[in-house]
Ligand binder design. Structure first.
Ligand code: PLP
Length: 401
C-alpha cells in the first residue's frame, strides 16, 4: 500500500517536536479527515457556514460570536482590522491605509514576537511599552498596567496581548485599563490549548477577541484557526474576510453574522481576503473542536504518558545522558521526555544530537528549545503508535556512535 507522500517522493518524518508549522502541524483524527472529504463533495453558501460556525464556537468558548480563520496569525490580522475599521465599509476598503483612523496598537515589549507581522500588516503603528528587565536578568519587572494606560490615547485601536503561562501583567488588569479607555483587547492564545478550559478563560477575563490555532492541540486542519469574541467585531471580521463580489440587492447574509442594517453598503474584498478559508477547513475545524472538547483530559494525558514511557524505556540508560520523564500536571498538561547531554562524556553537543536525529533515516524532529543548556526534549502530541520506540532506539544509537 502506497501513500500520497510515497507517490510524491517525500519521506514522512517522525515528529517528536509537536504541532509546529514547519513540520506540518498535528495529525488529524480520521473523523476530521473524513468530515473534510465529505465537505469537499458539496458546494454551500460560505457565509451561512461561517454563521453556523459562529454558533458552535460561541457554544464552546462562551463568546458572543466566533469565526473560522486560516490560523491564529490570520485571526490576529482580521481582529486588528476589525478594531481599526469597526463596521465602516469605507475604512475597510482603504486598509492598509489607516490615515485618519484609530491606527495605533499597544503591545508590551515582552509580548512582541514575529507573529505580530499579522497585526502590523493592517497598516497600524505598533506602540511598544515596558522594559522587561526580568528577562535581561537586570531586574524583576515587566510591563505594568499603568504603562498601558499611559500609552493608550484617542488613536488607539486595540491592545494585543500574548497569553502564555509566564505572561505579565495578568490579562484581567490589562483589560481593566483598556476598557476604562474604551479600547478592545485582542488575545493571541494560539498555543494555549490544552487545557480545554482555556477556550473560555480569556473571554471570562474580559478579552474582546481571542485567536487560537486549529492545527495545534485541537488537531484540526493545519491551515485553520478560531477567532472568537464580541459580535460586532466578528461581524467586521467577516466583512473583511468573505468574498463580497455580489450585488447589494442580491446579498442575503445570515443576520446573526452580518446584519445589513448596520451598513450603508457592502465593502469590497477586504484586507483579510488572502487569509481565505475553504469549506473543508471550516468543517474540519468544527469537527476537531467537538472531538477536542469531548475528549476526557485524563484519557488524553494517559495516552501521551504511555507514549513518553515507551520512548524512555526504548532509550534505556545512555552514558553521559540524563533522561527524565517530566510529568507535572500542575505545570503542563503535556508530559515530555528530556535528555540532558553531557557533551564531554558523549563527544557531541545537544545540537549535534538534534541534527543527527533530523538527518537520519527516518528523520526525527526533537525539541531544540533548551539546546544551548544541553537539553533535548521529546513531546508526544504528534507521535504515532510504534514511533516512540524508534525515537528511543535512534537516540541511543546516535549517542553510542
Ligand atoms: C503558533 C502560534 C501562532 C500562529 O498560529 P497559526 O495557527 O500557525 O497561524 C501565533 N502566535 C503564537 C503565540 C503561536 O504559538
Amino acid at each position: 500500500m502506497t501513500h500520497i507522500y510515497e507517490r510524491l517522493g517525500i519521506k514522512p518524518i517522525i515528529n517528536a517536536l509537536g504541532p509546529a508549522t514547519r513540520v506540518s502541524g498535528s495529525i488529524m483524527p480520521t473523523e476530521v479527515a473524513d468530515a473534510m472529504r465529505d465537505a469537499s463533495q458539496y458546494c454551500v453558501d460560505i457565509t451561512s457556514l461561517q454563521a453556523r460556525a459562529s454558533q458552535i464556537i460561541s457554544g464552546h468558548t462562551g463568546a458572543e460570536a466566533g469565526y473560522v480563520t486560516s490560523g491564529a496569525a490570520a485571526g490576529l490580522l482580521l481582529g486588528t482590522a476589525a478594531c481599526v475599521t469597526g463596521l465602516d465599509p469605507t475604512r475597510m476598503n482603504r486598509l492598509p491605509d489607516t490615515m485618519g483612523m484609530k491606527n495605533r496598537v499597544v503591545m508590551a515589549r515582552s509580548h512582541r514576537n514575529f507573529y505580530d507581522h499579522a497585526v502590523r500588516s493592517v497598516g497600524i503603528e505598533l506602540v511598544e511599552i515596558g522594559i522587561a528587565d526580568r528577562y535581561s536578568g537586570a531586574g524583576v519587572r515587566d510591563a505594568e498596567p499603568w504603562e498601558y494606560a499611559a500609552a493608550i490615547d484617542e488613536h488607539t485601536a486595540a491592545v494585543v496581548y500574548v497569553a502564555y503561562e509566564h505572561t505579565q501583567p495578568d490579562l484581567a488588569s490589562v483589560v481593566a485599563v483598556a476598557h476604562e479607555a474604551g479600547v478592545p483587547v485582542i488575545v493571541d492564545a494560539a498555543g494555549q490549548l490544552p487545557p480545554a478550559s482555556n477556550l473560555k478563560r480569556f473571554i471570562v477575563e474580559g478579552a474582546d477577541l481571542v485567536a487560537y490555532s486549529g492545527g495545534k492541540a485541537i488537531r484540526g486542519p493545519q491551515a485553520s484557526g478560531i477567532l472568537c469574541g464580541r459580535r460586532d467585531l466578528i461581524e467586521a471580521v467577516a466583512l473583511q474576510h468573505l468574498d463580497l463580489d455580489i450585488l447589494w440587492d442580491q446579498w442575503n447574509p445570515p443576520v446573526e453574522l452580518i446584519d445589513k442594517r448596520h451598513l450603508p453598503g457592502a465593502p469590497h474584498h477586504g484586507i483579510g481576503r488572502p487569509c481565505k478559508v475553504g469549506k473543508e477547513e471550516i468543517v474540519g475545524l468544527l469537527t476537531a473542536l467537538d472531538l477536542f472538547v469531548q475528549q476526557d483530559p485524563a484519557a488524553r494525558r494517559a495516552d501521551w504518558l504511555t507514549l513518553m514511557e515507551q520512548l524512555l524505556s526504548a532509550a534505556g540508560e545512555i552514558r553521559g545522558v540524563e533522561l527524565a520523564l517530566v510529568n507535572d500536571p500542575k505545570r503542563s498538561e503535556i508530559p515530555v521526555v528530556t535528555a540532558q547531554i553531557d557533551a564531554d562524556v558523549c563527544g557531541m553537543s545537544a545540537l549535534d544530537v538534534i541534527r543527527r536525529l533530523q538527518d537520519g533515516d527516518p528523520s526525527i524532529q526533537a525539541n531544540p528549545t533548551h539546546v544551548r543548556a544541553g537539553g533535548v526534549a521529546f513531546g508526544p502530541m504528534c507521535l504515532k503508535e510504534g514511533e516512540p520506540e524508534i525515537v528511543g532506539r535512534r537516540l541511543r544509537e546516535v549517542l553510542s556512535a
